[in-house]
Write a protein that binds this ligand. Structure first.
Ligand code: HEM
Length: 485
């Protein structure tokens, strides 16, 4: 009878846990144990989450296994969460999928003082290498010369640009972090790039969610989550090889890259007796891992969307090329200074980012203390998802939310205008750390592409604009023709 009593007690307790706490944001009915997980369509989550807002309002809640999650939809709710309550929502939830296998927390997954120090240092180093004679701008320009040769080599015949673009974009982060680039086709590097691509597919699947919700169980069950963790292991090995190489010929007086700067910081922090700010070698591995992981697939995916949209709208491609011919011509490479004179190209790049919507649900935040959102009470520790999709396609913020329209970013005189609802990098304290670098890469690479080539689909093929939905929204693999101008 004790067993029956315990079972009945557990069932009642679990049923009670399906009730929302008082004052908590509303949401769909929650089932015991699984919460709302079974009714979520992980292949279509951003769209489904946006639709749920029509029924439950812009701030609603879901239960993922045993944890409550609050979803913010639309610009007003996003700003209330990430700007007005920026400090309170600057946390990240605990994600065992990552912390189980990674040697430290780096920037993306860390919290509090450690996060602030690591983020500040990374931003400072990016700035340090972003200006001066070793500027990232000239690294991007040099890299385009390699990329352009690679593309011209296809002589206008159909080819899949995925690897070449990934290679080029990864090389920018490699130059920043490791101080060198990799030749296209380098086998070790190609393997790494393929691993990152596979990893981002698994990260968006239900397996990743299940692991974070039921780690004890999932650690024992087979599934792609283990593949993902093996991939992380490979990436960590790759970073360690680079770091060990650096330690051999490192000169603190002449920092060549992020790793050199970090090694100096490790030494400095050993000497002073301030609070531990996380400058250890394992964290160097993780910060390099984060810059690589967050800074390659994102930018290269956006560029692949850009080329695809140009094949879909050849008249827009022509207008970009006309602006390039007028402002830059063919005798020099595009540079960031040109941006202010090229409102149309700027508008096209922004519209590619809006429609491409590559990080559709942003990254999860966590409330570090109790707060109010949309008039509801959200207790400390709850995960908050900024639904970026709901803002990038919000009906009253964009004239034609679902149609590619550079006019969204142009005023009547054809000048470029900023839009608050343009949030592909998210907003607030955790806003993308690489935003400036990404903007530089997108402008210089895209404008250089358009200066040198005209892109079209192979004869008889229509561009497919439906994304491969995962943690990142990327285009389906495609072949393209690049005709030299
Ligand atoms: C975070 C988007 C490129 C490094 C993020 C976030 C988004 C994002 C949506 C989450 C912000 C949040 O938590 O609310 C993008 C897009 C990119 C891009 C759309 C390119 C088009 C880059 C690049 C780098 C980078 C080039 C590296 C230099 C990071 C890091 C974070 C982050 C380290 C974590 C920041 C933190 O937790 O404090 N990015 N990103 N990103 N991004 Fe990017």
């Amino acid at each position: 009878s004790l067993l029956i009593f315990t079972l009945v007690f557990l069932v009642i307790a679990e049923c009670l846990r399906t009730r929302r706490p008082s004052g908590f944001p509303p949401g769909p009915r929650v089932l015991p144990l699984v919460g709302n997980m079974l009714s979520l369509d992980f292949k279509n989550l951003p769209r489904q989450m946006t639709q749920l807002a029509e029924k439950y309002g812009n701030v609603y809640s879901l239960k993922m296994g045993s944890s409550w999650v609050v979803v913010l939809n639309g610009l007003d709710a996003l700003q209330e969460g990430l700007l007005t309550n920026g400090d309170t929502l600057a946390g990240r939830p605990f994600l065992p999928l990552y912390t189980d296998v990674l040697p430290d927390l780096g920037i993306l997954f860390t919290n509090g003082y450690l996060w602030k120090q690591q983020r500040r240092f990374a931003l400072f180093t990016l700035k340090y290498f972003g200006v001066g004679k070793r500027s990232l701008e000239s690294t991007i320009q040099d890299e385009f010369s390699h990329l352009s040769r690679e593309i011209a080599g296809h002589e206008g015949k159909p080819f899949n640009p995925h690897l070449a673009i990934n290679n080029a974009v990864s090389n920018i982060i490699c130059s920043l972090v490791f101080g060198h680039r990799f030749e296209y086709g380098n086998e070790k590097f190609l393997t790494l790039i393929k691993l990152i691509d596979t990893a981002s597919q698994i990260e968006g699947s239900i397996w990743a969610q299940l692991y974070n919700e039921f780690p004890m169980l999932m650690r024992r069950l087979p599934g792609p989550h283990h593949t993902l963790q093996k991939i992380f292991g490979e990436m960590v090995k790759f970073m360690k090889i680079e770091i060990n190489q650096h330690k051999k010929d490192w000169d603190p007086a002449e920092p060549r890259d992020f790793i050199d700067c970090y090694l100096t910081e490790i030494q400095k922090s050993k000497k002073d007796d301030k609070e531990d700010a996380g400058f250890h070698e394992n964290n160097l591995v993780m910060c390099s891992f984060d810059l690589f992981g967050a800074g390659t697939e994102t930018t290269s995916t956006t560029l692949r969307w850009a080329l695809l949209y140009m094949t879909k709208y050849p008249e827009i491609q022509e207008k970009v090329q006309a602006e390039i011919d007028q402002v830059i011509g063919q005798s020099r490479q595009p540079c960031m200074e040109d941006r202010k004179d090229m409102p149309y190209t700027e508008a096209v790049i922004h519209e590619v980012q809006r429609m491409g919507n590559i990080v559709p649900l942003g990254l999860p935040h966590s409330a570090i203390r109790d707060l109010q959102l949309g008039g509801y009470s959200v207790p400390k520790g709850v995960t908050v998802i900024p639904n970026l999709t709901s803002v990038l396609f919000e009906k009253d913020k964009w004239e034609t939310p679902f149609t590619f329209n550079p006019g969204h970013f142009l005023n009547e005189e054809g000048r470029f205008v900023k839009k608050a609802a343009f949030v592909p990098f998210s907003a607030g304290k955790r806003v993308c750390l690489g935003e400036n670098l990404a903007r530089m890469e997108l402008f210089v690479f895209f404008t250089s592409f358009m200066q040198h080539f005209t892109f079209s689909m192979p004869p008889g093929v229509q561009p497919v604009l439906k994304p491969r939905v995962s943690f990142i929204h990327s285009p389906q693999h495609y072949e393209i023709c690049a005709t030299q101008r």
